[in-house]
Design a protein around this ligand. Structure first.
Ligand code: ATP
Ligand code: MG
Length: 181
């Protein structure tokens, strides 16, 4: 039974899986939260080089809907040694994320693509779990990216796995404005 104390609480959500829609679903939730008068901070871990339409949309929404790109849009993977500069970006992004979550200044904090940083072993999932366990009660946090770490899946309240049925890219169709960026 829910009581007034337990009826309202901050949730931890994860959007993961190989299908398209993890970041866009987080943006949709962010829009919903904003419409409820909530303050939204949307932190993008790996992005930085492309210009996404949502950056301009957020600017139009004002200071309570902030999207920040904390990466440079590219991370070397697949055998190549991790570039120390990339590690530093992730470290700084994590410091900013932890501070934002713990500050209670934001009602919703989105950690977009953080699962990739964890998957590439650039960020220890235990550090993320620790901050999530200590987060202010009413703060909502969304984590996105494929291959969510089991520790974080365990901790989360709602986990959604996007399943790929098909993707335009497989037909050789390039990224389309308004859909991919
Ligand atoms: P979106 O930002 O469109 O919601 P996403 O967050 O689910 O996508 P990411 O893993 O962050 O997916 O990848 C981002 C980019 O890769 C997007 O341009 C997206 O369209 C593309 N992408 C996602 N899934 C696939 C797929 N299964 N095949 C090819 N490209 C994909
Ligand atoms: Mg994404």
């Amino acid at each position: 039974m829910s009581t007034p104390e337990t009826a309202r609480r901050g949730l931890i959500l994860i959007n993961t899986g190989p299908g398209k829609g993890k970041t866009t679903a987080a943006l949709g939730t962010a829009m919903r939260a904003h419409g409820n008068g909530m303050r939204v901070l949307f932190l993008q871990f790996l992005k930085g080089s492309w210009h996404y339409g949502e950056l301009d949309a957020a600017q139009q929404l004002g200071p309570d809907f902030v999207i920040k790109q904390l990466g440079k849009g590219f991370v070397k993977v697949g055998g190549a040694e991790t570039d120390p500069a990339d590690l530093k970006l992730v470290e700084d992004a994590w410091a900013e994320s932890a501070e934002a979550i713990l500050s209670g200044d934001w009602d919703l904090v989105v950690l977009d693509e953080i699962n990739y940083a964890i998957g590439y072993k650039m960020l220890d999932p235990e550090r993320v779990a620790e901050v999530l366990r200590q987060k202010p009660e009413m703060v909502h946090v969304i984590l996105t990216g494929r291959n969510a770490h089991p520790l974080l899946v365990e901790l989360a309240d709602t986990v959604t796995e996007m399943r790929e049925v098909k993707h335009a890219y497989q037909k050789g169709i390039l990224a389309q404005r308004g859909i991919e960026f």
